[in-house]
Design a binder for this molecule. Structure first.
Ligand SMILES: *Cc1c(COP(=O)(O)O)cnc(C)c1O
Length: 397
């Protein structure tokens, strides 16, 4: 059994704040400060360049990758960490397309995160020769699979609504038609149980600053199924993906295994911080996370609907069809969220009219949910959100 009292105590949340935005930026785990201090002062400050060997900096990308692998059902040695999700998506997509050279279509859904769609569209343009991104509504993806599709690229949990794709079923159906899959786990890793290996997924990517609490701008991860590692290329052929970076050869020779997906110098400080943040996950079962996440989100939905305040649920009502986040729509959603944040309940807003709440079982409990609902109820009843200062749009919503 996961000890949620321990995990809750492992976070340093500001007094009075109820944090329902861990799906966008996870909060600070207590152990991170010490580790950051150590890596900066003792390793960088004290060891200087010797840190690459003496502090194991060079091994961090794969070491941290292996720790993430455990959380997403991936085989050891199949996950690399570093660079951003957008870059990792580009790498995964191009490697996937290369496995299906006679086809030209990347299929995704219209609800996918813009960066994923932009990257796919940009890659198709770069490749030319009839390559194209095709999209279908999330509910119609199964029907859109056919033998013209080279790669199916989906984000498992929809960032706006929390709608959850059936990874096992869609991967199976894609494979039956000779389609290679790329799964984006941005809102899955640390939120829902994922079984990349068991589903037979080909490639996957994800970020670590959301439910994995790696901090703003934390490095992303890339999964390549073991069966594809020997024939997949990194696209961006950096020196650290070379078989022998310190031979400084003129020509490129890819490293064996997942290491060839490395590009350049790893972000050591961010990787060390992420490594410390992952300590919280030791002894945590993803099934326990899922059960608790459903309990919290069901409680929140019931509470908000009982307010009868004109907030429409836009997430799937069936908890099995959702990830770990819930959204409601309201024409004045932006101002309502700003008022709620001013009252210490932090969620976020996604255009055009959605207020979004993430439920991270590591540090949230039923009392938090009840307090959040009560504060929201007060705001809706008093219409305080009509105050003009809550409607001024900020750069990040
Ligand atoms: C958060 C998120 C991103 C962000 O990509 P970055 O390169 O880290 O900025 C991309 N795709 C999805 C699906 C996301 O949820």
């Amino acid at each position: 059994m996961t000890d949620f009292a321990r995990t809750r105590a492992a976070f340093d949340l500001p007094e009075g704040v109820i944090y329902l935005d861990g799906n966008s930026l996870g909060p600070l785990p207590r152990g991170v400060m010490q580790r950051a201090e150590r890596v900066i002062r003792e390793e960088w400050g004290g060891m200087l360049i010797r840190g690459w060997n003496d502090a194991g900096w060079m091994a961090l990308s794969t070491r941290v990758g292996d720790r993430i692998a455990r959380l997403v059902g991936a085989e050891a040695g199949s996950v690399i960490c570093g660079d951003t999700l957008s870059i990792r998506t580009f790498q995964a997509l191009n490697a996937a397309l290369a496995l299906n050279p006679d086809r030209r279509v990347i299929l995704s859904d219209t609800g996918n995160f813009p960066s994923d769609l932009y990257i796919a569209d940009g890659l198709a343009r770069l490749k030319g020769e009839g390559y194209a991104l095709r999209t279908a509504p999330p509910g119609a993806i199964g029907d859109a699979l056919d033998e013209t599709v080279a790669v199916l690229m989906l984000t498992e949990v929809d960032y706006r609504t929390g709608r959850l794709h059936d990874m096992r079923d869609l991967t199976e159906r894609a494979h039956a038609l000779g389609i290679v899959t790329v799964w984006d786990l941005a809102h899955s890793a640390g939120a829902v149980p994922v079984d990349l290996s068991g589903c037979g997924a080909d490639f996957a990517v994800g970020c670590t600053y959301k439910y994995l609490n790696g901090g703003p701008g934390a490095p992303a991860f890339l999964y390549v199924a073991p069966r594809h590692q020997g024939v997949s290329f990194p696209t961006i052929q950096g020196w650290l993906g070379h078989a022998e970076p310190f031979a400084f050869e003129q020509g490129y020779r890819p490293a064996a295994g997942i290491a060839r997906m490395r590009i350049g110098t790893p972000p050591v400080i961010q990787l060390a911080i992420l490594d410390a943040a992952l300590d919280v996950w030791e002894g945590v079962s993803m099934d326990d996370i899922r059960a608790r996440s459903i309990g919290l989100s069901e409680r929140f939905i019931a509470g908000v609907e009982a307010l009868d305040a004109g907030l429409e649920l836009v997430s799937p009502r069936d908890p099995m069809g959702r990830g770990s986040q819930v959204s409601f729509s309201h024409p004045d959603g932006y101002a309502i969220m700003q008022t709620l944040i001013a009252d210490g309940v932090i969620g976020d807003f996604r255009a055009p009219d959605r207020i979004r709440f993430g439920f991270a079982p590591l540090y949230l409990d039923d009392r938090d949910i009840d307090t959040a609902v009560a504060r929201l109820g007060r705001i809706m009843a008093g219409e305080r959100w009509r105050d003009a200062r809550f409607s001024a749009r900020k750069a990040v919503t």
